[in-house]
Design a protein. Structure first.
Lengths: 114, 109
């Protein structure tokens, strides 16, 4: 049972380059998320998708785009990478477990923009 | 502006001791307060959660204390073990999740 799978695990980009972070979940969850984690900042929501075909901005969406390709896959694209986008990126999906919403995170992508 | 404020940033506790991490919030629309645990190289995982209609929730060695009037909540880890060494994040949801800045806990043998 893979859960949430993210690729790649590591990436180095030069300023201005573009790339897409891939995410897939096998738990049949409707909601999916992209977070970034920075030292001293915690986890901040970039974009989320409440269901297939819908996407919404989170706290820090500038410089990013997303695509909910189908129920399983949610990708994050950096069109023109900047050093400020150096971070660890986490994809997550969620389900309601009777008490509240439970987030399931992937293992992260460490991105460096030079 | 940080929606959820977490302290301390780092914590060192002796094995068998009590670890306490504190969080505070301002938005009274938050109605769900989970704690996530993250080990190096892994994504965070749900540890324990509470809703504001109760003042305490306990699961094994982990307890959340919730003070609705003060808009504060805390995680207590009793009998702390080296395996508890991790980063802990508090969060608040309405329903979007807002995370604290994290606490790096080290439990020394």
């Amino acid at each position: 049972n893979a859960g949430v799978t993210q690729t790649p695990k590591f990436q180095v980009l030069k300023t201005g380059q573009s790339m897409t972070l891939q995410c897939a979940q096998d738990m049949n969850h409707n909601s999916m998320y992209w977070y970034r984690q920075d030292p001293g900042m915690g986890l901040r929501l970039i974009y989320y998708s409440a269901s297939e075909g819908t996407t919404d901005k989170g706290e820090v969406p500038n410089g990013y785009n997303v695509s909910r390709l189908n129920k399983r896959e949610f990708s994050l694209r950096l069109e023109s990478a900047a050093p400020s986008q150096t971070s660890v990126y986490f994809c997550a999906s969620s389900e309601f477990y009777g008490f509240g919403e439970k987030l399931f995170f992937g293992s992260g992508t460490q991105l460096s923009v030079l | 502006q940080q929606q959820v404020k977490q302290s301390p940033q780092s914590l060192i506790v002796q094995k068998g001791g009590i670890s306490i991490i504190n969080c505070a919030y301002e938005n009274t629309a938050f109605d769900y307060f989970p704690w996530y645990q993250q080990f190096p190289g892994k994504g965070p995982a749900l540890l324990i959660a509470i809703r504001p209609d109760v003042s305490e929730k306990k699961e094994g060695r982990f307890t959340i204390s919730f003070n609705k009037s003060a808009k504060q909540f805390s995680l207590h880890i009793m009998d702390s073990q080296p395996g508890d060494s991790a980063t802990y994040f508090c969060a608040a949801s309405n329903p979007q999740f807002y995370f604290g800045t994290g606490t790096s806990l080290t439990v020394i043998p």
